[in-house]
Design a protein around this ligand. Structure first.
Ligand code: SF4
Length: 86
């Protein structure tokens, strides 16, 4: 099994697959601050129960993903985590 294939395995078990996925990224139209907070809270609640939270977060950190909720953290929270690990 290649490393790329291994990376993909956790994605198959992601709790955010399917109809929930819209909560994880901002809409294409303008989003108010309170709407963003509510959307991110919904996404983080799904992440809280996700069995692949750890590999998801590490993957997002590895590819320096700049958008969306990954592994229960927003883009700003991931930046802070990277800074704290440095
Ligand atoms: S931790 Fe969150 S973003 Fe990552 S796969 Fe699970 S539900 Fe999706």
């Amino acid at each position: 099994m290649s490393a790329q294939r291994h990376d993909d395995d956790w994605q198959l078990r992601a709790a955010c697959r399917g109809p929930h996925s819209a909560a994880f990224y901002p809409p294409t139209s303008l989003e108010r601050r309170d709407e963003k907070s509510a959307r991110e809270a919904r996404a983080k609640e799904i992440c809280r129960t996700c069995t692949v939270k750890e590999p998801c977060l590490e993957y997002a950190l590895k590819i320096r993903e700049n958008h969306g909720i990954w592994g229960g953290l927003s883009e700003a929270e991931r930046r802070n985590l990277v800074a704290s690990r440095a």
